[in-house]
Ligand binder design. Structure first.
Ligand code: A2P
Length: 342
C-alpha cells in the first residue's frame, strides 16, 4: 500500500478482459497507488493505456508480486494455477477470472450484488464466476429469496469474445473469407462459427454435458448456497462478438406471477427490466454491449407447470460477465477492509 491506496496488478493486461479491466478501474476511479500490467513474454514492452498515460507491459514471473496488494487475473486457467500461489505467498489478494479455483471450497465465488458476505472468508484468492453464471444469479437471487426456486433450466447463446481475442479474430476472419467466396479456416472452435451455432462450449464430460454446462450448475449452487437446487443447462456458442444471452426457466415453491417478478427485478441493483414485447422491447446482446447492467425481459408464465416463469437475460460478457464483476469485487474488498491474506 502506498498512502492507503493499493498497488494493483492486471495479469493478462493485453487480453480482451484485461484491457477492459484497465478501462473499468479508470472509469470507476478505483483508488490505486500504481497499476502494473503483466502478460506473457510475447507482449513485453507493449504499452497499454491508463489514466491518460501508458503502462509498459511486464512479463509475469514468480517474483512479480512483491509490493503488489491486489491482482486481477485474466490470463487463463494454467497461468492462474501456476502464479496465484506465488501471489498469495507475497501477501497479494488475487481476484481470478479463470475457472482454476471456482469450485475450491476454500475460495469464495462472488457476485457482489448476490453474496458479498462470502468475501469475509477469503484466504487470499477470490474467484470471479463464469460470465453465464454471473448474469443469471444476479437476476435469480431476488426471485429465489421471494419464492424459493426449486429447478432451473438454462439455454445459453454465448459470444465468441468469451474465448478471448482469438475467438473474436476467428469469427471476423471467417466472415471476411466467406463473404469473399473463400473457405473459412477453423482454429479455435471444432467447426465453423460464422453463420452457425455450436452446442459445444469447452470439452465434453462422461455424462455428455460440457464442462461449461456443469460449471453453470455447480457455480450457481455455490453462489446461492443451495446444493438442493435442481439445474440443467445447454450452452451454445453463437456468431455474436459481444453480449451473452440466456433463456432461463424456473420452477418455484411459491407462486410468483410475471407482474410480481417484474416488480422485484425493477428494484434489484445492477438489473434493468426491458419487458414490453408488444412494442418490440426485450434485451438483446447488441444493445447490452458497453453497459454495466444485466438486462431481463420476456418474463412470462410457464404455462406447462403450476409455478414456473420464463426469463430472457442478457449482459455484456466482457463487462459484468468478467471485468466489471472483478473490479466490483475489488471495490467490496476495500470497502469491507479485507485487503489482507488471512
Ligand atoms: P499475451 O498477449 O502476451 O499472450 P485473451 O483471453 O484475450 O486471449 O488474453 C489472454 C491474456 O493472458 C493475454 O494478455 C495474454 O498475454 C495473457 N497470457 C497468456 N499466457 C500467459 C502467461 N503464461 N503468462 C502471463 N500472461 C499470459
Amino acid at each position: 500500500m502506498k498512502g492507503n491506496k493499493p498497488v494493483v496488478a492486471v495479469v493478462g493486461a493485453t487480453g480482451a478482459v484485461g484491457k477492459e479491466m484497465l478501462l473499468i478501474l479508470e472509469s470507476r476511479d478505483f483508488p490505486v497507488a500504481q497499476v502494473r500490467a503483466f502478460a506473457s513474454e510475447r507482449s513485453v514492452g507493449e504499452k497499454v493505456p491508463f489514466q491518460g498515460g501508458e503502462i509498459v507491459v511486464e512479463a509475469l514471473t514468480e517474483d512479480s508480486f512483491e509490493g503488489i496488494d491486489l491482482a486481477l487475473f485474466s490470463a487463463g486457467k494454467d497461468t492462474s494455477e501456476k502464479f496465484t500461489p506465488c501471489a498469495v505467498k507475497a501477501g497479494c489478494v488475487v481476484i481470478d477470472n479463470s475457472n482454476a479455483w471456482r469450485m475450491d471450497t476454500s475460495v469464495p465465488l462472488v457476485v457482489p450484488e448476490v453474496n458479498p458476505d462470502d468475501l469475509k472468508w477469503h484466504r487470499g484468492v477470490i474467484a470471479n464466476p463464469n460470465c453465464s453464471t454471473i448474469q443469471m444469479v444476479a437476476v435469480l437471487k431476488p426471485l429465489h429469496d421471494a419464492a424459493t426456486i426449486q429447478r432451473i433450466v438454462i439455454s445459453t447463446y454465448q459470444a465468441v469474445s468469451e474465448s478471448g481475442q482469438k475467438g473474436i479474430s476467428e469469427l471476423e476472419s471467417q466472415i471476411l473469407h466467406l463473404m469473399n467466396g473463400q473457405d473459412a479456416d477453423t482454429h479455435v472452435y471444432p467447426h465453423q462459427i460464422a453463420f452457425n451455432c455450436l452446442p459445444h462450449i469447452d470439452s465434453f464430460l462422461d455424462n455428455d454435458y460440457t464442462k461449461e454446462e456443469m460449471r453453470m450448475v455447480k457455480e450457481t449452487r455455490k453462489i446461492l448456497g443451495d446444493d438442493s437446487l435442481r439445474i440443467t443447462a445447454t450452452a451454445c456458442r453463437v456468431p455474436v462478438f459481444y453480449g451473452q444471452s440466456e433463456s432461463v426457466n424456473i420452477e418455484t415453491a411459491k407462486k410468483l406471477t410475471p407482474k410480481e417478478a417484474r416488480a422485484i427485478l425493477c428494484q434489484t441493483p445492477g438489473v434493468e427490466v426491458f419487458d414490453n414485447p408488444h412494442e418490440n422491447i426485450y434485451p438483446m446482446p447488441f444493445a447490452a454491449v458497453g453497459e454495466d447492467s444485466i438486462f431481463v425481459g420476456r418474463i412470462r408464465e410457464d404455462e406447462s407447470i403450476e409455478r414456473g416463469l420464463n426469463l430472457w437475460i442478457v449482459a455484456d460478457n466482457i463487462r459484468k460477465g468478467a471485468a466489471l464483476n472483478a473490479v466490483q469485487i475489488a471495490e467490496k474488498v476495500l470497502e469491507m477492509d479485507l485487503l489482507r491474506v488471512s
